[in-house]
Design a protein around this ligand. Structure first.
Ligand SMILES: Cc1cc2nc3c(=O)[nH]c(=O)nc-3n(C[C@H](O)[C@H](O)[C@H](O)COP(=O)(O)OP(=O)(O)OC[C@H]3O[C@@H](n4cnc5c(N)ncnc54)[C@H](O)[C@@H]3O)c2cc1C
Length: 378
């Protein structure tokens, strides 16, 4: 059963709902059409404490649990999926420092990140590999008091706006994780991608040409970067599921309200059982996703392993959000497909959730491997 929300969780949810309703919803269409990075909304989210949700209080954050982060993400995504995506990039980029950083790294980076004075991106993907982290070819070679990094990272969310980049590179010991200052000589955003959805987020290519990174830049243990990244991805998958649920919830609201306005053959379309069943199925799948998400968050917040549950809820919710957006378009008929309707935008935005933070196929691999481990007594 899903856990009851605490007072703090309810307050965060309500605050995000109000912000989404008052600020994000009215701007969402423009953010999409103009592919406009929502900088004002990011500043407002910093004032509300959202950018520092996962940062410990001693470094200026709110130190909230996974469930609170997901409740906030769902509400923001209901208002504007792109803006929620920008917040997700923050939460995910900050995680390696929060979980694996040294006291010096935390002191150096977290206070500015918590209030969005600086922003961050998380760069693993390269042109030839997204799903297989071990196949990256960006290198980090030891040199004097630090490292020299070279390589090209592709499809990186928030790349354009980031002051810092958490990235994966290979050292002699294997995949390792570094924090790189985007102002370092040799670091550049070499391309910005045009996107079909989530158009308020920026996505770019980052080139590292012999970039010097001081010793302070190595996060966690050299060569153990793959497990560090996978640990970070578990939380990222929960927030991604929350994003998908927010998109689906908005699709449901749009479908329901349209069904009450539109008439055919002398009746509101909401009076047809075909339409009622579509909407009832959407609501049922959203509820199932939410229960799964809250259950996975409970495991995460209780300090238990939640890799399998994170993959399951990410898979289920992202596939569900795509079906929900498709159904909402169907309910709206031809009017959903012209003049940039809200449901058309949701349909395009939802598509990203099946790719981000590991594709649906990769989630199935994670789930199957976890089942196998249990079967073999692991
Ligand atoms: C807008 C956007 C923002 C992004 N932001 C970031 C970011 O901030 N940081 C970052 O590092 N990356 C980011 N990515 C990259 C994203 O994580 C990858 O696109 C994703 O992981 C898939 O990798 P790929 O595109 O290389 O596909 P591939 O790994 O080449 O996969 C291609 C297809 O093969 C399937 N496949 C691959 N391996 C297997 C397997 N073993 N079994 C079955 N099927 C398999 C996949 O599911 C997919 O359908 C972003 C992508 C987009 C589009």
């Amino acid at each position: 059963m899903a856990p009851a929300l605490s007072q703090i969780q309810k307050e965060a949810q309500l605050s995000a709902r109000k912000f989404a309703e008052d600020v994000l919803k009215p701007a969402a269409q423009r953010v999409d059409t103009e592919a406009e990075f929502p900088s004002d909304a990011v500043r407002a989210m910093a004032d509300l404490g959202f950018t520092g949700l996962s940062v410990p209080e001693e470094y200026g954050g709110l130190n909230r649990d996974a469930l609170t982060i997901c409740l906030v993400t769902e509400e923001l995504a209901r208002g504007c999926p792109s803006t929620a995506g920008v917040l997700m990039a923050f939460v995910i980029g900050i995680q390696p420092i929060v979980r694996f950083g040294t006291a010096e790294q935390k002191r150096t980076y977290l206070p500015d990140l918590a209030i969005a004075k600086r922003s961050i991106c998380f760069a693993v993907t390269e042109a030839h590999t997204g799903s297989d982290v071990s196949a990256i070819s960006t290198t980090a070679k030891r040199e004097g008091d630090g490292w020299r990094l070279s390589g090209v990272k592709t499809l990186i969310g928030n790349a354009v706006n980031a002051d810092l980049c958490i990235l994966a590179a290979k050292t002699d010991a294997g995949v390792s994780v570094f924090i790189v200052d985007a102002r370092s000589p040799g670091y550049s955003v070499s391309k910005v991608y045009e996107k079909m959805g989530m158009r308020g987020t920026t996505t770019g290519e980052i080139t590292l040409d012999n970039v010097h990174v001081p010793n302070l830049g190595l996060v966690g243990v050299e060569g153990r970067g793959a497990s560090l990244l996978l640990g970070t991805l578990d939380l990222a998958r929960l927030t991604l599921a929350a994003e998908a649920i927010g998109i689906a919830q908005r699709a449901l609201e749009e479908a329901l309200s349209y069904s009450l306005q539109r008439s055919t053959f002398g009746k509101q379309i909401s009076e047809y059982q075909a339409i009622q069943f579509m909407i009832a199925d959407m609501a049922t799948s959203i509820h199932a996703s939410r229960v799964m998400l809250h259950d996975a968050c409970q495991l995460a917040d209780g300090g238990q392993s939640f890799t399998r549950e994170a993959a399951m809820v990410k898979l289920f919710s992202s596939e569900m959000a795509n079906r929900a957006a498709d159904t909402a378009l169907q309910v709206r008929g031809g009017w959903g497909l012209v003049d940039r309707s809200t449901v058309e935008r949701l349909y395009r935005d939802a598509r990203y959730t099946r790719i981000w933070e590991g594709t649906s196929e990769i989630q199935r691999l994670v789930i199957f491997r976890s089942l196998l481990k249990t079967e073999r007594g692991g």
